[in-house]
Design a protein around this ligand. Structure first.
Ligand code: ADP
Length: 283
């Protein structure tokens, strides 16, 4: 069966994207690494993890940007406390930066008069907007551009995966049930689009007892190590359920998150995965 016969993309032929169509990779411009961050379902902490990856790299003194491709649930500007407006110039839109680490951010929230209003757009419109986030934005020189993908395997993540020269994708999961199925689906999508899988971050992995410091498996035992072994990709990091992190996210101060060692380990694991031979279609 050809890719087109098996394709269920609703935007095929309407200016959207088709997973079966091979396209020439766009120019990387002055960006060294493009890393997409995806998850099979919402609410696992994908945007939080994208922000933490960006912070981990920025703390190393690297130049970092985040393209918020989660158009219907944009949260990156709020997490990072980005308040400056987008600046329009003849050369393109200049993305505002986070207050402390100068992480450049592009998000639909920066284009809306009222960011609290929902974005209720059809697939092709979202696909065009995502293309503009690359084509019409002056990102400047960056070491890393992280792309916060929308959850799932629908049109919008496909658009991003096809219209940017991705170095790979990080999968975010949680220890709740269905993780294996979700990772497997995302893995298949990455294989179809020939995007290397860089590894998995398990979020809300455990909770630390405030009294004795013991790590407790809130959602039962984690299967992430079994999963990563099965799919042959590295476990990049594990983050606890952390009320401080939730508070910092809610107040736009995630740049203040401590856990320096955990973040440095995350940055090292990602760099090692990029430097190695990331998995292409191991599932
Ligand atoms: P997603 O992008 O997967 O939909 P978010 O990153 O927006 O999820 O996170 C959903 C909510 O969970 C947010 O309120 C966030 O602050 C909270 N959250 C995410 N990760 C953690 C964590 N490790 N500990 C506590 N709260 C978290």
């Amino acid at each position: 069966m050809s890719d087109c016969q098996s394709c269920s993309s609703s935007s095929c032929g309407e200016g959207g994207t088709c997973p079966g169509q091979a396209k020439a990779a766009p120019d990387r411009r002055d960006v060294r690494r493009f890393v997409a961050v995806g998850s099979g379902k919402g609410g696992v902490g994908k945007s939080t993890t994208t922000a933490l990856l960006a912070i981990a790299m920025a703390r190393r003194g690297l130049r970092v940007g985040i393209l918020d491709a989660d158009v219907t649930g944009p949260s990156i500007p709020k997490l990072l406390g980005v308040r400056d407006p987008l600046v329009n110039t003849t050369g393109g839109m200049i993305p505002p930066a986070s207050p402390k680490l100068d992480i450049r951010v592009m998000s639909v929230n920066l284009l809306l008069d009222d960011p609290s209003k929902p974005v209720v757009w059809r697939g092709p419109l979202i696909a065009n907007l995502l293309k503009q986030f690359w084509d019409e934005v002056e990102w400047g020189p960056l070491d890393y551009l992280f792309i916060d993908l929308p959850p799932g395997t629908a049109d919008a993540p496909l658009t991003v995966m096809q219209s940017l020269p991705l170095d790979g994708m990080v999968l975010v999961t949680s220890p709740q049930g269905l993780a294996e199925l979700i990772v497997e689906k995302a893995c298949h999508m990455a294989r179809m689009l020939e995007v290397p899988l860089l590894g998995v971050v398990e979020n809300m992995s455990f909770v630390r007892c405030p009294g004795c410091g013991q790590e407790l498996d809130l959602f039962g035992p984690s299967h992430v190590e079994k999963l990563t072994k099965r799919f042959g990709m590295p476990l990049l990091g594990r983050f606890p359920v952390d009320p401080t992190l939730a508070l910092l996210c809610d107040s736009g101060r995630v740049e203040d998150y401590g856990e320096a060692e955990r973040l440095e380990d995350l940055a090292s694991a990602l760099e090692a995965s990029l430097a190695g031979s990331p998995v292409k279609g191991a599932c």
